[in-house]
Design a binder for this molecule. Structure first.
Ligand SMILES: CN(C)C(=N)NCCC[C@H](N)C(=O)O
Length: 282
């Protein structure tokens, strides 16, 4: 399991804001850097190999590396792929250059395909929710991912065995600002952030904290939670923001071991625990 991350730019405080009031004045680059290291340390403790995408100092939002690179597993004989996305935002466009060279080289070393979104197809990784249990990709239709982006991803993903469905999102920056999924396909969602279309998705489980919608699966098997001292009494381990204690407790009651991380410096810029990395599980 490999975790791709990207060092925060010192200009982080100038990151884009879309749906929340301007909190950028309170952002501490030093505190953000400490939180970024602590985030990575949790994955390392669960056996993930840490890989760094070269920093992009000129792009304030470059730490949100999930948006620029998408790992696309395959269920067929078509190779899995690393996809370079295509943001519509000028301030994030420079992120693509260093990410492209890195991803092309990593893909070659791992026997993966390296793919790029076409010129006119805008898409960011924060809009892509992968449900491996049902081989479904939910693709947010947002200010960052267009219908052309959805169509272009469908052309790349269907031959790899994925079903690709668009979901209109208008109350949040990305699809994964409003929902993510547990390994069994349960979708954690925060009702105030859902469009009418999103409310109709199957297997929704409402969480009452906006930060609680974002979870990352830290390990495949319960045995890995031995590192957490809980042995194999849990389903496995999840990572969630420390800003969602009620959701963390709900997940523990569902049988998960839960690791909480402080990422408030990134939440001030509409980030979450999925944004800060690309997870390559196979
Ligand atoms: C799941 N989410 C939300 C993401 N993957 N990306 C967060 C990007 C935040 C950045 N300030 C921006 O506006 O681009």
């Amino acid at each position: 399991m490999s975790l791709l991350t990207r060092l925060p730019s010192s200009s982080l405080a100038h990151g884009l804001l879309t749906h929340i009031s301007d909190a950028r004045s309170s952002i501490s680059p030093a505190r953000a850097l400490a939180q970024w290291h602590a985030y990575r340390a949790v994955f390392a403790a669960y056996g993930w190999t840490l890989c760094e995408v070269p920093p992009c100092e000129e792009a304030p939002d470059s730490v949100f590396v999930e948006d620029v690179l998408l790992y696309l597993p395959s269920f067929t004989d078509v190779p899995a792929a690393l996809l370079l996305t295509r943001t519509p935002t000028p301030s994030r466009a420079p992120e693509r250059v260093g990410a492209a060279a890195f991803a092309s080289s990593l893909a070659a070393s791992r026997g993966l395909a390296f793919l790029e979104m076409p010129e006119d197809a805008h898409l960011e990784g924060g809009d892509i929710l992968k449900l491996s249990s049902s081989r479904t990709l939910y693709v947010g239709q947002t200010s960052r991912t267009s219908a052309r982006g959805l169509a272009a991803l469908r052309e790349l993903a269907e031959p790899r065995g994925w079903r690709v469905l668009g979901v209109h999102i208008d109350k949040a920056l990305h699809l994964k600002s409003a929902m993510t999924a547990l390994p069994d396909g349960t979708i954690l969602a925060h009702a105030p952030l859902l469009s009418e279309e999103a409310r109709r998705l199957p297997r929704l489980r409402e969480v009452h904290e906006a930060e609680g919608v974002a979870v990352v699966h830290l390990n495949r098997t319960a045995t890995a939670t031995a590192a957490a001292g809980e042995g194999s009494r849990t389903k496995g381990a999840l990572l969630i923001s420390a800003a969602a204690p009620r959701t963390a407790q709900m997940l523990r009651e569902m049988g998960w071991h839960v690791e909480c991380v402080h990422i408030d410096e990134f939440e001030k810029l509409e980030g979450c625990v999925t944004c800060l990395s690309v997870r390559m599980r196979s």
